[in-house]
Design a protein around this ligand. Structure first.
Ligand code: SF4
Length: 370
């Protein structure tokens, strides 16, 4: 039991720091203690130690990407979402295939090669609509672009509508040319959070069942998290614990599991839940805690989409990778702003002393250490 006197806190910090430095795994209690008592400098130092086990300490990688929000019609009604409209409500849309191709062409012109498809749970779009769309994208662009086809949350909805298992639905998308289904739509993975904010979406247990089915189908996946709603520290830690447990199970079974962990921050403008934005410092501290805790995930990504220039300080708090986004209507509707001035953005990490290299979506970087 860690003492809360000044002496006890110092001793506790020394003990947890020694554990991290020695390559030992930290517990949720250790993480709670670090969050509560560790200075920014100490969190940076410990997160950088863990980062250096996976990556060159002064190197960062990035991609230029865009989210294509193919439809804003959604029946899930998450109270933190400013993007959706209900079926038959004014303002609903579904992009045409030509719209999609035009957005991908624009991405290529800006030097990007990664698309993330993300939209609402639209009851008029069945699984085969997506399979046909992704097959058409693969046929037209081949390996010139990679795409994150949907999120685990969307896959669950489509499987349910098609009366298929998660594995069957994932296999159909894989056979249409899909390589990735990301861990998006997870926000905070606790049953309490889901009940408060997103009760029509899924249970946490279902989420991990679906993600395991995706991995078992031979697809790549990622872990994500969104902070800054009304979640408690315990809920953040539970999310991290479940992510680490999922990764342990995958590794135990000889699978890659999640390629990366990306955390971004809630934007509260125009949403039913409202609320306030958290500070960049709180975001950076959480990145560090995630880097320290997720000792079995190679990449921790910092969010330019929601933190803009502040995202790059995340490299000092354990992150090693980031996206430069061209578009994401979901977060833009809730207040995110996007700059397309790539040179200006990339100058920031370079001025911080990082070598910044483009990471092709098809070829994840090799680890420098195990
Ligand atoms: S966050 Fe996604 S699932 Fe939830 S209401 Fe918005 S579009 Fe629908």
């Amino acid at each position: 039991m860690l003492g809360e006197t000044e002496q006890g806190i110092d001793a506790g910090l020394v003990r947890v720091a020694a554990r991290v430095a020695g390559g030992e795994r930290v517990t949720a209690d250790d993480a709670r203690f670090l969050w509560t008592h560790a200075s920014d400098a100490e969190l940076k130092r410990l997160a950088s130690l863990v980062r250096a086990r996976f990556h060159d300490p002064r190197r960062a990688t990035y991609m230029v990407m865009r989210i294509i929000n193919y439809t804003n019609v959604c029946v899930a009604q998450c109270d933190y979402c400013a993007f959706y409209v209900l079926p038959n409500q004014a303002g609903g849309y579904v992009l045409t295939r030509d719209d999609v191709f035009a957005k991908i062409d624009d991405l290529l012109e800006h030097g990007g090669d990664l698309v993330g498809f993300n939209g609402g749970f639209n009851p008029r779009l069945p699984l085969h609509y997506y399979a046909d769309l992704f097959a058409a994208v693969r046929a037209r662009y081949g390996d010139r672009v990679e795409f994150y086809a949907l999120t685990i949350a969307e896959l669950m909805y489509l499987a349910d509508r098609a009366d298929l298992s998660f594995g069957e639905a994932a296999a159909r998308l894989r056979d249409a040319g899909v390589h990735w289904i990301t861990g998006g739509g997870s926000e905070i993975l606790t049953e309490g959070f889901r009940a408060r904010h997103s009760k029509f979406k899924y249970t946490v247990e279902q989420y991990f069942q679906a993600q395991r089915a995706v991995v078992d189908a031979g697809l790549k996946t990622t872990a994500t998290m969104v902070i800054g709603f009304d979640e408690t520290l315990d809920e953040r830690l539970e999310h991290l614990q479940r992510t680490r447990d999922f990764q342990d199970e995958c590794r135990r079974d000889g699978l890659e599991g999640v390629f990366s962990f990306l955390c971004w921050t809630y934007k509260p403008y125009g949403t039913a839940f409202a609320g306030r934005e958290i500070s960049p410092n709180e975001y950076h501290r959480h990145l560090a805690l995630s880097r320290i805790f997720l000792d079995n995930v190679a990449h921790v990504r910092t969010s330019v989409l929601t933190q803009n220039e502040n995202a790059f300080a995340g490299l000092e708090y354990g992150a090693d990778d980031f996206d430069l986004p061209l578009e994401d209507e979901v977060t833009q509707k809730a207040g995110a702003t996007i700059s397309r001035d790539m040179d200006r953005l990339l100058a920031i990490p370079r001025e911080m002393g990082y070598t910044v290299e483009y990471r092709r979506a098809q070829r994840p970087p090799a680890l420098t250490h195990a």
